[in-house]
Ligand binder design. Structure first.
Ligand code: BGC
Length: 448
């Protein structure tokens, strides 16, 4: 038997996001977000599912905090629903909405769990979509005033913050590929949105320094790994182009104050141009304290002339896939972490999401035997340990997700939780992976 050991100081956590778990969509003065509108439009989400009730965590947050406490984690990463605290997008704060998060934060702190807040996990107030959403540069100022209000309300108690979750998903997946809200299919829109998300991030970081001087802030991009099929330059460059879309496009502006030229050219060939104002890149490249990394999957990449905009074809490493059909590529996680360290230097990293979709239900013995999820976590935590040993500055690992939840366009069919949720009764059942993760967190190690 081999043991994988982690440093004592590594922080462990679990994550969720507002629209995916809260429910209470029409309660406590909350106004609709783009996800309410998108999900209630037939054809957008599988089975016509929506987040009206989700996991009902709005009413059950105390129970959820007890699950976190028993799990023994240091951190809980959750997001704030912008339209719950600011129903008009800007202006007057909704006291009831603010009170909900205050109670949640108090409950966490009383139970010895440190909150980590994500400001934007995709649920833009619908009222702002009506004036162009993230395509409209003014939304960056609306975000700034929302962020400032949250820093003022919670910055005394909460010291770890993330601005934007997965800007690639919030821009390209949502506005070019049309899979997520608002469901557009325009490359130009996506490029505009991507720039505005980064600008909003930079503006918020500037204010954070003033309003929460003793706090830490960053953002949480998603990355996947593409391993070249052969060492041939054609395959290597094809993989670079493919990864650049998630990595360099969203990281170079923050860490280097530039956008990758190769990608600008590729977009320009498709008639989509990067529109910026002078000084934008200075705002975007504000130093950050931490970077969140969300990693789920990777593939082998091979040059293909007609392989889309980036001329790359993705080939699964083998036929193992999770229930959402994503290839499993734990080695890619190690390579991603090494590569990020080499490219962007010593910024401290948190794995803000990593986990697997497996749809096991509650069995006759009242338990959820999700051995596959445990295997996935073991493989990825082995990669994490390798990266730490190789000198990558990793401060924390946060599993996605605490609860089965509203899995965006996939609805409730796809389960990522270490706790099973019955979406009729909202009953929570701890899965085998919950107990396995608890033991790993407690001992700072696991056996292979
Ligand atoms: C998102 C989560 C999502 C998970 C699984 C990430 O893209 O941040 O909200 O549930 O991956 O798809």
């Amino acid at each position: 038997m081999s043991t994988i050991q982690f440093p004592e100081q590594l922080k462990w956590g679990a994550a969720t996001a507002s629209y995916q778990i809260e429910g209470a969509a029409k309660e406590g003065g909350r106004a609709p977000s783009i996800w309410d509108v998108f999900a209630h439009t037939p054809g957008n989400v599988k089975n016509g599912d929506h987040g009206d009730d989700a996991c009902n965590s709005y009413h059950m947050y105390k129970e959820d905090v007890q699950h976190l406490k028993d799990l023994g984690v240091d951190l809980y990463r959750f997001s704030i629903s912008w339209s719950r605290v600011l129903p008009d997008g800007t202006g007057e704060l909704n006291d009831e909405g603010v009170a909900y998060y205050r109670h949640l934060i108090d409950e966490l702190l009383e139970n010895g769990i440190e909150p980590m807040i994500t400001l934007y996990h995709w649920d833009l107030p619908q009222v702002l979509q009506e004036t162009g959403g993230w395509e409209n540069r003014d939304t960056t100022d609306a975000f700034l005033s929302y962020a400032e209000a949250m820093f003022q309300a919670f910055g005394g108690q909460v010291k770890k913050w993330l601005t934007i979750n997965e800007p690639w998903c919030a821009s390209f997946l949502s506005n070019y590929l049309g899979v997520h809200a608002p469901g557009k299919t325009s490359l130009q829109a996506a490029v505009d949105v991507s720039h505005h998300l980064l600008l909003a991030h930079g503006k918020a970081v500037q204010s954070f320094r003033r309003l929460v001087p003793d706090g830490e802030i960053g953002y949480a991009p998603n990355v996947g790994w593409l391993e070249p099929f052969t060492p041939d330059e054609k395959d290597v460059q094809a993989c670079r182009r493919g990864m650049m879309w998630q990595k360099e496009w969203f990281m170079d502006p923050v860490f280097k104050g530039t956008y990758p030229e190769t990608l600008k050219d590729i977009f320009a060939e498709q008639n989509a141009v990067l529109r910026m104002e002078e000084g934008d890149l200075d705002i975007i490249s504000q130093p950050i304290d931490l970077m969140g990394i969300n990693y789920y999957t990777g593939s082998i990449g091979r040059y293909k002339e007609d392989g889309g905009m980036f001329q790359v074809e993705e080939i699964p490493v083998d036929d193992r896939r999770t229930d959402i059909d994503w290839p499993i590529y734990a080695e890619g996680f190690y390579k991603t972490l090494k590569d990020l360290h080499e490219t962007y230097g010593d910024v401290q990293l948190y794995i803000t999401e990593n986990g697997a979709c497996y749809n096991h239900g509650v069995e006759e013995d009242g338990k959820v035997h999700d051995q596959e999820r445990i295997e996935y976590l073991k493989q990825h935590l082995t990669s994490l340990s390798r990266a730490i040993e190789a000198g990558v500055p990793i401060t924390g690992y946060i599993v996605w997700s605490l609860l089965d939840n509203f899995e965006w366009a996939e609805g409730y069919d796809k389960r990522f939780g270490i706790i099973h949720v019955n979406f009729d009764t909202f009953e929570r059942t701890r899965k085998d992976s919950y107990y396995w993760y608890k033991e790993t967190v407690e001992n700072h190690r696991f056996n292979l």
